[in-house]
Design a protein around this ligand. Structure first.
Ligand SMILES: C[S@@+](CC[C@H](N)C(=O)[O-])C[C@H]1O[C@@H](n2cnc3c(N)ncnc32)[C@H](O)[C@@H]1O
Length: 593
């Protein structure tokens, strides 16, 4: 298991008491998000904080790279600022002084504190929204916190709502997401190497850069407020330095900074990675995966750019209507009321049209849930893969927090008419708790159908030898396919995370195959397109076995979601945010022979 899997305890951030455990994933990578692509209750993976308000409408014209500056990563959609988004766009379409309201309009040098003031002012001395964004960045850096778990409780505890909450959310998430781009610009604008800058000052500079280049905050406000923040957290000397650097950044627009980046960076991939704010190793891994998974015989640079840009845009909130638990009439009524619309390609998927998901009764009751459409369709594919003989004993080997288990349970309840059993196992105790909550509605509709267990999935081959007809391995992975949901995730990962994860993934897949009866089907799923975690794992396991055949995943997907085309070269399927509007889910379907 990876290093970040462990529980992370309570927040030490001032004014935050939220749980930022993130959950880890065994492989830890996805943290709170790990069930991200699956979990109806997955706070980390589904974005947090006000949605909509900040995300739409302020990336715009100043962002020619097209990478957007979407705010929250989306799936949760608290709705608290959904309506404020339009208002915030206001006259200039940016986050101007007028939109922010209040605040000291004097020039930075006119706002120097009196000599008697302490060098480090207490929180609250600065603009509260900017201070909140700053504290989130510090929590991410210092305590390995997950931004989308830290920010919402911080906003609540500090009484930041509406526009201020949306501003803080966009500022924190946008800065975290685009950190690589801003660091490249800061390197050019600063007289000091970044590694010699006080980390607190560097985070504030990143926030300032995002206001200047990504949020269309008027330069005097972006610079002045950030300099105040630096003064409050690091003292007068640091504030002069910050003032000089931010003024330098404000002298050029993003297009000009990108032109300067291009002058300094010879490697086109590294330049693209910088412009789209991705670590170069991730951009390279995506390029390789696109090349292998492309039916057109190799990915074009333009397609890679689209993929990287898609990571920087907040995804729409997608809901799952769990079969048998939500009727067509009820869905039609919600659609008629303007609450949802069909997602378009995945039959169970619905797009939330604003507000918080729990405004919908079926969501409150667990009959619907928040779940990426890609997560839905891979679970549906396991349920639809052709199979002869008995079809009532199913298992989900890595089930927490339970998004896919709930969908599988609903399908099985409909299909098996009382005879079915879904064993949903998870290794982390607190995720077992989340899993129990996720399947509650299934339990009510079909008592006894779902059995939730705490287990190490690597052992199911021995403990449940050849018992199951269908088995899901939704493996712990790097989560590189869901970066759009987790602002800081791309900077946390490193290539060294891959080997321990792939070892775990191979073990889990091997165990799942051993736990499947002859003729039964296993779905191996990751929300990462990294070839080492996808084909690499499946091929390595298949090389060691002669009792497995590959089922054409694209053909199964074509049956259940005909609109979902271009899913790769086969026999596996790879979904992509820029092609399918889903997380980058990988699916392999394997039959025991
Ligand atoms: C990708 S998540 C699963 C998401 C889930 N299927 C859903 O849709 O909500 C992977 C899960 O595997 C769990 N895990 C990691 N190592 C495991 C192991 N050895 N046995 C069982 N579960 C494990 C992690 O704790 C994590 O909850």
């Amino acid at each position: 298991m990876g290093a970040r899997g462990a529980a992370r305890g309570r927040s030490e951030v001032p004014g935050v008491s939220g749980d930022r455990r993130g959950g880890g994933t065994g492989g830890g990578p996805r943290g709170g998000g790990s069930g991200g692509h699956g979990g109806p209750r997955n706070p980390g993976g589904t974005g947090g904080g006000p949605r909509g308000g900040g995300s739409r409408g302020h990336g715009g014209p100043r962002n020619p790279g097209g990478t957007g500056t979407g705010n929250g990563s989306g799936q949760r959609g608290s709705g608290s600022s959904a309506s404020s988004g339009g208002a915030r766009r206001g006259t200039g379409g940016g986050w101007g002084d007028t939109a922010r309201g209040g605040g000291d309009r004097r020039r930075p040098q006119e706002r120097r504190p009196a000599r008697s003031e302490p060098r480090t002012a207490p929180p609250g001395r600065t603009d509260p929204a900017r201070r909140a964004a700053f504290d989130v960045l510090r929590a991410v850096a210092d305590s390995d916190a997950y931004a989308n778990l830290v920010l919402p409780p911080m906003l609540a505890e500090r009484g930041l709502t509406g526009r201020d909450a949306a501003f803080a959310t966009e500022l924190a998430y946008g800065t975290l997401r685009l950190r690589g781009r801003y660091d490249a610009i800061l390197t050019m604008a600063s007289t000091r190497p970044l590694k010699e800058i006080d980390p607190r000052v560097l985070d504030a500079l990143r926030l300032g850069a995002h206001q200047l280049l990504g949020m269309r905050v008027p330069p005097h406000a972006a610079v002045g407020e950030t300099v105040d923040l630096v003064r409050a957290v690091a003292g007068e000397g640091a504030s002069s330095f910050a003032n000089a650097v931010l003024r330098q950044i404000g002298r050029a627009d993003l297009a000009e900074w990108e032109r300067r980046m291009a002058e300094r960076t010879a490697d086109p991939l590294e330049l693209l990675a910088q412009r789209t704010a991705h670590p170069a190793w991730i951009a390279r891994a995506f390029r390789e995966a696109l090349a292998v998974e492309s039916t057109a015989g190799g990915a074009s640079p333009a397609e890679l750019e689209k993929l990287l840009a898609a990571d920087n845009a907040a995804p729409a909130v997608t809901l799952v209507a769990r079969p048998g638990l939500v009727g067509a009439d009820e869905l039609a009524q919600e659609e008629h009321d303007g609450a949802i619309e069909p997602q378009g390609t995945v039959p169970t998927a619905w797009r939330l049209l604003g507000g918080a998901p729990d405004r919908i009764a079926a969501v409150r009751q667990g009959r619907m849930g928040v779940q990426d459409a890609g997560s839905q369709v891979v679970a549906l594919a396991l349920a639809a893969a052709p199979l002869t003989g008995r079809d009532e004993q199913w298992a989900d080997v890595c089930a927490g927090p339970g998004g896919k288990a709930a969908l599988l349970g609903a399908v099985l309840a409909e299909r098996a008419e009382g005879a079915g059993r879904l064993v949903a196992g998870e290794v982390q105790p607190h995720r077992v708790g989340l899993l129990r909550r996720s399947v509650k509605a299934i339990e009510q509709a079909a008592p006894g159908l779902v059995e939730v267990v705490e287990w190490d999935g690597r052992e199911v081959g021995q403990t449940h030898r050849e018992q199951f007809d269908r088995v899901l391995v939704d493996a712990p992975c790097t989560g590189l396919g869901a970066l759009r949901r987790r602002p800081e995730a791309r900077w946390r990962r490193s290539p060294s995370d891959i080997p321990p994860l792939t070892a775990l993934q191979r073990d889990l897949l091997t165990a799942a195959l051993d736990a499947t009866r002859v003729g039964g089907v296993v779905a191996y799923v990751t929300c990462s397109p990294h070839l080492a975690e996808t084909r690499g794992v499946v091929d390595a396991v298949l090389r060691k076995r002669s009792d497995v055949e590959v089922v054409d995943a694209a053909a199964v997907l074509a049956e259940i979601a005909p609109g979902l085309t271009d899913v790769g070269a086969g026999p596996y399927a790879q979904l992509w945010p820029h092609r399918h509007g889903t997380d980058a889910m990988f699916l392999a379907l394997l039959r025991r022979t």
